[in-house]
Structures are given as C-alpha cells and as structure tokens.
Design a protein around this ligand. Structure first.
Ligand code: GDP
Ligand code: IMO
Ligand code: MG
Length: 428
C-alpha cells in the first residue's frame, strides 16, 4: 500500500507530530488536510525541539509539504512559522512548501470573533482563540477570502466589503469596534506576494505525485472526538478530523488515504471544555499531567487527564477505518502500581459500549473499568519490543484486543528515534 493517513484517535495531542516526523522519511510528500493553527505538534530531534501548528511535520525532514484546501490558513501566522523554522536551520521555500490556492484564509476578524464569543459566553467551548470556527463558518457561508483571491486586487476589495458587512452586526453585538476595511486591504496587499509564492493547485500537484508512484503521508490535526460531526458536539473543533477528510481536504480521491494509522495515547487527555468520562481529579491524574508534560502547545493550558478509554478508541477505529495504531506515551505509565482501562460505560444503570450522541447522555456516562497490574521498570526510551516489561506488553495486548486494531508502532519518549516499529504502515 502506497499512502498512509495519520489521524488522532482521541481528543488531540496524541503525538501525531512525532509520528508524522518519524514516518516522513518513508514518504515523498506530507499533506495537511484540515484544521489550522489550532493544532500544536511538538517534535524532538536530539537537542532540538520544533513546534509546528500549520506547517506539515514533514518539513523538518526536508520533505515536500502540502497545505491542502481543507485547511484554514492564517497567512501572517504561516509566514511567522516559516521564519521560526528557518531560524532553527530549516530553509522553507516554494520548492518545499505548497499552499492550496483554494484554501480559505483566517483573518483578524475571525480571531476577534472567536475570542469575543468565548469571553462573552456562559457556555464556553474552550477554543484556542485562533479564529478557526469563524473562518470555517465563512467558508461554508461562501463569503471567505481564499488564497487565490489575493492575486486579484480588484475583486478582493468587493469580497472584503461583503465579508465585513456580514461581520459588522456580529461585532456590534459583541461590543467590538467596527473593522477598518482599508487597513485590512492594505495588509492583505502587502502580504499577498509572500503567500502567493507558495500557492498552487495542490490537487494537481498531488495528482502528479501519485501518478509517478510516490508515497503520500496525510497528517491529521486534532482528534476524532473533536470532529464536528462525530465528536462531542458542540465541544469540538469546526472541521472534520476523521480520516475520510484526507480526500476532500486535499483533492486526492478517497482511494488515496491508504493505511489509516490512528495515533493513540496510552491514557486519555483533553484540552478545553466538554465531556470526558474517564477524567481523573486525583493524584493519578496529576501524575499523568506532570510526567506526561500535558500542557497545550498552542495555549499553554493544562490538559485534563484520565484513564485509557477503550470504548472511545473502539469508536474511533470504526469512524476512521483505522488499520493499525501507534501507541504513544506508554512511558508515562511507568511506576503506577495499578492501571485501569475503561471497557465501556453504564448509562442510567444499563451497559452501553459507545459514546452516545446526546450531550446529556455523554455527561451521565459511568465508566466501567478493568484493572491491570502496572510495572515498576522503565519503558522510557525503549527501542525494541523485548525491552518492555511483561506487564507493559500485557497492557498493550489488552488495548489491541479491546479496540479491535493492532499496534503498528509504539512510542516511548518524545525523541524521534525512541519509536518501536512493529509493522510498517507503508508496506502493510
Ligand atoms: P500532537 O498534537 O498529536 O502532535 O501531539 P502534541 O505534540 O501536542 O503532544 C504530544 C506531546 O507528547 C509532545 O510534547 C511530544 O513531544 C510528547 N510525546 C510524544 N510521544 C511521546 C512518548 O511516547 N512519550 C512521552 N513521554 N512523550 C511523548
Ligand atoms: P492537535 O493537532 C487538542 C480543541 C480546543 C477546544 C476545541 C475547539 O495539537 O492535536 P478550536 O480552536 O479548534 O475552535 O477549539 O478543540 N482543540 C484541540 N485540542 N489538540 C488540538 O490539536 C486541538 N485543536 C483544537 O482546545 O476544546
Ligand atoms: Mg497538539
């Protein structure tokens, strides 16, 4: 099988960036297909740490990187991220980075709206405040400014006027000042040549790549339970995060997704509001947060932590058509005497094996746990299966059994090379 699609199987921050970086030396091109700079991916290579939000994680290995049409792009942020990575010694030019010319832009009005809504709301989502939701609203509302629009100054003015006319009452309702159209146009105009240098019909580029027999690695952002359709709505992000989106968000047909690799953390975390059945508020939760360094890459917020939820990941396996998983952060469980795995829930006293759609039902779920003995040895930095303690192997095997998908890769530290390959997704 030629291509691999990497997606988060929980609520994000599973370690997608690390795995995409690791896998990208087996691929010819890495493609982002949804989300925006709400994503935060940390890659550790030797003594260098790279933090990426919008750039595909393949850039660090010098792979051709494509930002697909499904991504919402804050152009100023993109330029800043390119500069930051350049300062770390990685040169990014149009030979290395392709930006879909039909991707929609995130503008300052989107960030304003996102932040003002969160500040005003009594029912906060806990967004990253980067304008993601409002930008997708304008995309489906057919009034967004797209990358290609930057090339047509005459038409751009009318488009900006139309967009601002839509935003004016929203801003007024939230007590935000009227937006300066002329200022925005001037800023767009000044930035346009730098962004347009990367703009291309990405679908066409990808078509050529695939026809020449090259391998594509799709990089998902967020996680399946943050998907706007399948996640814990409304506590979700505003895009489809599931593997099926790789096709629509890049312009490669559905057969192109190939092997679907679900990235799964050995426990569960979530940032922001919303239901979380296995959340822990005790010292075990604190252990996971401290040892796992569970702080958001984008906002610095503490991530909520809890036991591994097999019911949730089983659902994710189905929703994404997961072929195999990469299990990450097993090392964070080192030293815990007892581990719990949630195998299903009880709702109003009745067993239920999945997360129901209703928010009320979701918040009333009682997890059903089974207990396993932990291990006192360290798994941190293990690079071979035989280095793992027997109880760690048992834990991994039980997870495979409960979620109905095999482990293809195991990650044992933030470092790129602390990764155990069990079966190669590119050849499986
Ligand atoms: P992403 O959003 O899915 O790319 O994940 P993040 O980068 O936001 O969060 C994962 C964090 O865990 C990062 O700080 C990684 O460096 C780190 N990490 C990844 N894999 C492992 C692992 O196996 N063990 C440990 N201890 N940390 C890991
Ligand atoms: P990566 O790619 C974890 C969460 C936010 C919030 C909700 C909506 O690093 O896994 P948004 O700004 O997208 O409108 O916020 O989604 N969220 C993430 N949580 N990891 C992410 O990305 C996230 N991107 C968004 O915390 O709850
Ligand atoms: Mg992250």
């Amino acid at each position: 099988m030629a291509n691999v699609t990497v997606i988060g199987a929980q609520w994000g921050d599973e370690g997608k960036g690390k795995l995409v970086d690791w896998l990208s030396n087996r691929a010819d091109v890495v493609v982002r297909f949804q989300g925006g700079h709400n994503a935060g991916h940390t890659l550790v290579v030797g003594n260098q740490t790279y933090k990426l939000s919008l750039l595909p994680s393949g850039v660090v290995q010098g792979k051709l990187s494509i930002i697909g049409n499904g991504v919402v792009v804050d152009p100023w942020h993109l330029l800043k991220e390119i500069e930051g990575i350049r300062a770390q010694g990685i040169e990014i030019g149009p030979d290395l980075l392709v930006l879909a010319d039909n991707a929609c832009l995130i503008l300052p009005i989107h960030r304003d709206l996102d932040q003002a809504r969160e500040a005003a709301s009594t029912n906060k989502i806990g967004t990253t405040g980067r304008g993601i939701g409002p930008a997708y609203e304008d995309k489906v509302g057919r009034r967004a400014i797209r990358v290609a629009d930057l090339a047509d100054r005459a038409a751009l003015e009318a488009k900006v006027d139309r967009l601002l006319a839509h935003h004016a009452p929203l801003r007024a309702g939230l007590g935000l000042p009227e937006f300066d159209a002329a200022g925005l146009l001037a800023e767009l105009e000044a930035m346009a040549p730098r962004i347009l240098a990367y703009a291309q019909p990405a679908w066409l580029k990808l078509d050529g790549i695939v026809k020449s027999g090259k391998r594509v690695l799709f990089e998902g952002a967020q996680g399946a339970l943050l998907d706007v359709d399948h996640g814990t709505y409304p506590y979700v992000t505003s895009s489809n995060t599931v593997a099926g989106q790789a096709a629509a968000g890049s312009g490669l047909g559905p057969k192109g997704a190939g092997y679907v690799l679900g990235i799964v953390k050995a426990y569960t975390t979530r940032v922001g509001e919303g239901p979380f059945p296995t959340e822990l508020f005790d010292e075990v939760g604190q252990h996971l947060g401290t040892v796992g360094r569970e702080f958001g890459t984008v906002t610095g917020r503490s991530r909520r932590c809890g036991w591994f939820d097999a019911a949730l990941v089983r659902q994710s396996v189905a929703l994404n058509g997961i072929s195999g998983i990469a299990l990450t952060k097993l090392d964070v469980l080192d030293g815990l005497p007892t581990l719990k795995i949630c195998t299903g829930y009880r709702l109003a006293g009745e067993p239920i094996g999945y997360l129901p759609a209703g928010l009320k039902a979701q918040s009333q779920l009682e997890p059903v746990y089974e207990e396993m003995e932990g291990w006192s040895e360290t798994t941190q930095g293990a690079r071979s299966w035989k280095d793992l303690p027997a109880n760690a192997v048992k834990y991994v095997r039980r997870i495979e059994e409960l979620i109905g998908a095999p482990v293809a890769l195991l990650s044992t530290s933030p470092q790129r090379d602390d990764t155990i390959l069990v079966r190669d997704p590119f050849v499986d």
